[in-house]
Design a protein around this ligand. Sequence first.
Ligand code: FMN
Length: 162
Amino acid sequence: MDTFLTIASKRDTRAYADEPVDDGARRRVLDAGRLAGSSRNSQRWEFVVPTADAQARLAETVYAPDNVRAAAFVVAIVGDASGFDVGRCAQNMMLAAWNEGIASCPNGIRDSARAGAICGGEVKTILSFAYPARPRDPRRRDAGEWSARANRRSLDDLVRDV
Ligand SMILES: Cc1cc2nc3c(=O)[nH]c(=O)nc-3n(C[C@H](O)[C@H](O)[C@H](O)COP(=O)(O)O)c2cc1C
């Protein structure tokens, strides 16, 4: 898919289909995270993929447990990376996923001590991935239309010259 169309049509999705995501797609998502830049290329992260049992326990550590419980797979970004670096890494993974029709959502962490104990390190974010319950074809609109429909502040509001 065109990069801008992928960006413009991506929405954080919380209703998931009960359909597995194959190993190749999972690996491409993880590789997109691996490829993210980071401060001085420090890469101070690990990508923790919980088993079904650990995923169920991890669900209890976030504000919206169903987002994690019902996901086809989950990636916790763990380590000492800065917020900026974690954001780059997470968005790479989510856009790579959406490029192949896999939806995603970041999860706010309610109990970081428990999440850290499950994942074996400081959990910076927990990402849920799955095919969406209601499939959405990005190509049904052009990128400009997706952009115009997005629930975001306008560029007029965000951009200023100095
Ligand atoms: C740091 C962070 C934490 C978030 N935590 C949650 C969460 O706990 N539960 C949830 O349903 N969505 C969570 N989200 C998703 C936001 O609600 C979402 O990014 C925003 O509403 C835009 O959604 P859209 O892309 O579908 O318009 C989180 C997003 C971020 C960046």
